[in-house]
Ligand binder design. Sequence first.
Ligand SMILES: C[S@@+](CC[C@H](N)C(=O)[O-])C[C@H]1O[C@@H](n2cnc3c(N)ncnc32)[C@H](O)[C@@H]1O
Length: 401
Amino acid sequence: MNAVSLPPIERFARLTALLAEWQAVWRPLPFQHRHLPWEAHLPGLAEALLALDEEAVARWQDAPFAASPLAAWLPVDELATLVNLPALPADRDEPPGAWGEHIGGRKWQQIAAFVARTRVHPGEPLVEWCAGKGHLARTLARVHDRATIGLEWQASLCQAGAGLAERQGAAVTLAQQDVMVDEATHWLDDETHVAALHACGDLHARLIELAAEHAGAVTLAPCCYHRTAAQRYRPLSQHGRRLAAEQGLTLARDDLALAVQETVTAPRGDRRRREQANAWRLGFDRLQREVRGVDAYLPVPSLAYGRLPETFAGFCRWAAAQKGLDLPAHLDWSAFERAGRRRLVEVTRLELVRHLFRRPLEVWLALDRLLRLEEAGFSVELGTFCARELTPRNLLLRARS
Ligand SMILES: C[S@@+](CC[C@H](N)C(=O)[O-])C[C@H]1O[C@@H](n2cnc3c(N)ncnc32)[C@H](O)[C@@H]1O
């Protein structure tokens, strides 16, 4: 059987087994460990990674499965097979580009691709979940010439969205609604088709739970699985809970962040700033281990964009203050800064191991959602709705009861 047509239940079973078997390899963050726990069990792997040049690192960051040098240690080919999902074909032409004014270029292209793959049946009520300004709701309303409701809890977004809908003559009502409360159910009935593009963790999990009881169809591109109140992931499907328990696959909230780690390549300037921030954090890590005399990672809060101090010393003083750490008056700042840069080169290479498991984890989480809806009696398809370059969160679940 080819990978694309592998039944979801088989795909899920193999992914569960592989994620469980290799969790000691993909879970530890190289950023936090001076020596990774797996190094002793996989002799030669760390050395092979550390020997890679810049060009090779960039290549395998971009395409982790293609002729990977990790295949000598890790199940690269099977993982590649298991993440190979069908590209869902469009059922209709994409809506005209002019409809996308007021929407960023990439966002509009995602909406256009999503809408072209949303199968709306005659007469079924349409609801967009966590709609923001209702860009998706507006596009669905215009394509299907149908009144559409967008649920959004921020009044300002509802207002802005109502203005856009009026200007475009789209029959959209943006209802100010917290989807997490009981009243959210009132917007759904057995016929409703709920669409959600990039609704985060708990928000889309809530959609699935409510839709399982009160909707006729769901079209969902999930996002940010780690944005969830629970510290520990509880699979949505019964099958997922059973299999994860059998195989010993446990996922903490922080583990889930791996599933969305791939981002569209940032502009060169942003990338350079991010690299500098990371190198400084690693330089501070070296410094704090020495100052404290404790060879252990110390988490430092993240800094909002543009708030990074001007110099490495300034950054370390800020980080030390956050952690209540007294720094000696005299320190060889440039030596620690250089150590941070050297460490970043290593960490970037060691991270390639985790890259290999990123898409498998994302597909596993999407399959758990698919199985939850199947258990509720829906027929569900999972595939991609657009190219990865448009958004790496390009998985689409199409479910109908
Ligand atoms: C990631 S955005 C997605 C917006 C839109 N679907 C898109 O793709 O641009 C999530 C939206 O959910 C809204 N939101 C967050 N929590 C919510 C809640 N509990 N109830 C309703 N909307 C919520 C946010 O205000 C935000 O507009």
